[in-house]
Write a protein that binds this ligand. Structure first.
Ligand code: 5CU
Length: 361
């Protein structure tokens, strides 16, 4: 059974040029302490002058845009097929007038990268979310004509007001109509105040380990409370990082809904699909959680037939020089083998079979 990586990012060269041309987050720049090394600054507040220079973004090299490096990484880690996606913050920061054209260019570029390696690369497209719903829907429709596209990647901000915004309904309707999976990925984290006054001493750990997964969990819970899956019963969403903390917190979310007097008064506690139903019918989860503990929660919540292997390449490379096998990837492989130690068929499904079936690879 082939191994498929469904969580693996790329910034095509045109996007790298765009980031290099900018002076505010997101952008690529060098710092006087190390003028020969470019750093990718994408997360909110990541270039705060109070940060030590080693916390300001991350080093960026050709692994972020050179597709031959993606293939070399796949070969090194025994990955047969990758479903590549533009990394955060996608096109969220563009002016509305620029977004439609930029999305067409990036999607064409990514589709062309896939075409260089037939059978090995597919992609999630990018949406011009700062543009009007008409322009977004037009791009969703255009994506269906690009051979290698298998869905779209999206952040949690939607059109600027989150994923429970009713203004997104035409977008959800188009995605549902064309059977396009949304790969939902965090970027914005939590307000920096929750990380406390010593945050700059802790590198990226709090925003990446906790801010990202909580952002995803809140975004999906808002979709649920906003009735998105009651209106779009066939809308499929693949959640990054094994659903943030959704599998672990689903019982608590469901209980809070059942005990909420305001929701009851509005008639919203009875006439709705519950979290467990949505987890098993509309949600897919990646297996990018680095431990069998989190992976088992994901399996219990959604089923092993809805879980798909990923790496998050090119993020989380080894910090040591010349280590060919990435610890982060080894941890995700190990989590799958420990979670399914008595079932090769389930492990193979998570490693590749599910992605081939769900994304029609
Ligand atoms: O290291 C990081 O900041 C990231 C990121 O921004 N996006 C991602 O997908 N993984 C890690």
């Amino acid at each position: 059974m082939p191994v498929v990586d469904i969580h693996t990012h790329i910034y095509p060269s045109s996007f790298v040029e765009l980031l290099r041309s900018r002076q505010t987050v997101p952008y690529i720049r060098t710092f006087p302490e190390d003028p020969d090394s470019s750093r990718l600054i994408i997360l909110p507040g990541e270039d705060d002058p109070s940060m030590p220079s080693t916390s300001r973004g991350r080093p960026i090299g050709p692994e972020y845009h050179d597709i031959s490096q993606k293939i070399a990484f796949m070969d090194q880690h025994l990955i047969d097929i990758s479903v590549i996606s533009l990394a955060n913050p996608w096109l969220d920061f563009l002016d509305p007038e620029e977004a439609g054209e930029a999305a067409r260019k990036i999607n064409d570029d990514v589709n062309a990268l896939c075409a260089q390696y037939p059978g090995r690369l597919y992609a999630f497209g990018t949406l011009p979310l700062s543009a009007s719903a008409d322009i977004i829907v037009a791009e969703i429709e255009r994506l269906t004509s690009l051979e290698h596209m298998r869905g779209v990647i999206m952040g949690t901000s939607g059109l600027g007001h989150g994923l429970d915004d009713p203004a997104l309904d035409p977008v959800y309707a188009a995605l549902e109509k064309h059977n396009q999976v949304i790969f939902l990925h965090p970027h914005y984290g939590l307000p920096s105040s929750v990380y406390g006054p010593k945050a700059s001493e802790y590198g990226h750990v709090l925003p990446l380990a906790l801010g990202f997964p909580l952002e995803t969990t809140i975004a999906v819970t808002r979709m649920l409370l906003g009735g998105v899956w009651d209106r779009f019963t066939k809308l499929n969403v693949l959640l990054a990082h094994s659903g943030g903390t959704l599998p672990f917190l689903a019982g608590r979310i469901e209980s809070c809904i059942k005990h909420d007097g305001h929701l009851k008064q509005e008639g919203k506690t009875e006439r709705r699909r519950d979290v467990w139903d949505i987890l098993k019918s509309n949600i897919y989860l990646d297996a990018v959680i680095y431990s069998d503990v989190g992976l088992k929660a994901a399996v219990n919540a959604s089923g092993s037939d809805r879980l798909m292997f990923g790496t998050d390449h090119p993020f989380f490379p080894p910090l040591e020089l010349d280590v060919p096998e990435w610890h982060s990837v080894a941890a995700n492989y190990k989590a799958v083998s420990s979670a399914f130690n008595d079932s090769d068929s389930e492990a193979n499904a998570v490693l590749g079979g599910n992605a081939i079936r769900i994304l029609n690879l």
